[in-house]
Design a protein around this ligand. Sequence first.
Ligand code: TTP
Ligand code: MG
Length: 350
Amino acid sequence: MKNRIIVHYDMDSFYASVEIKRRPELKGKPVVVGEGVITTASYEARRFGVKSAMPVYEARKLCPGLISLPVNKELYYEVSETIQNLVKKITKKVEFIALDEGFIDVTEIINNYVTKEKFGNLFKERIRKLTGLTCSVGIGYNKLTAKIASDINKPFGIFIFNNEVEFIEYMGNKSIRLIPGVGNKLYENLKKISVEKVKDIYIFSHYELVKKFGDSRGAMLYYFTRGIDDSEVEFEKKNHSIGHENTYRYLLNSEEDVKREMDELFQRVYLRLLEEKQFSKTITLKIKTDSKKTTTKSYTFERPTSDKLVLSIAYEKLFEEIENFNNIKLVGISFGNLSKIYLEQLKFKD
Ligand code: TTP
Ligand code: MG
């Protein structure tokens, strides 16, 4: 595989920063977003030990002056879109993995910026100018190392891994918890075999790790702790569509028949959307008569969704707009404008 240069950006205390930006009087104060459970804490609040997933009342014991604000998702979506539009202007080779973070493959364009460090600093400044918010940047030779790097000098930091030697040198003495995929449970199991630091795993062979932790986890532990990750920045996946069309040898001639076929297609295509873990912003119905007259009906949502109820309401509405049910040769449904932006980010990890 040819040498790549991958950037990972991640906004600093994202929800809290967005809130503080529009209420400047909160700047420098310990702020959390979330009124029951904390979604995120400003860096001032983190100094008291306050963090994501902690109940607000617990956090108040650690930090008596804590300010807690309600979650305002619409606003975070808006800011996220502004950021993503800027990133897309740099290159099309981007993959957004959450509202506030994404990967950028800069292999082809890095020469325009002279050095990786210059690119990273310029990127941070551009985001700050546009949004008034700070982000941190990691630059690696693959997605894994870029992702780990962006966390190292948070907030408003940058860190670079140029190669595997640098990665192993830096990470060897760090906690294995820093490896993506090592959550609480796996960490507990690793401790049982005396693995706490990244380097502790090197005495185990690939075979031993797979035997102990299963195929995918074992391999993940073996490769990720060595800084190895061949996965691509999946920029092409964005914006393609998931759909299916049925062509009939015998023409459909009634609304009931067309509806039955469409319903079946909807179910099938919806399952694929779920399987591919994608979220769609546009649903399109297509219908073609034997004289090749094609009608399409589309609906675009405010934001990508995979919510079955939302999608099926749009589907039923679009179906009602179809006027002709005679001599139908083909029907199709597709979910377009796909992305991996997910509401799940609003749930808690681990
Ligand atoms: P993160 O990038 O994990 O956290 P962050 O941006 O707040 O802070 P950091 O500077 O460490 O990157 O998550 C982005 C946003 O997602 C975060 O602002 C709030 C939301 N979120 C949740 O809703 N629940 C969670 O459990 C986590 C971790 C984040
Ligand atoms: Mg973040």
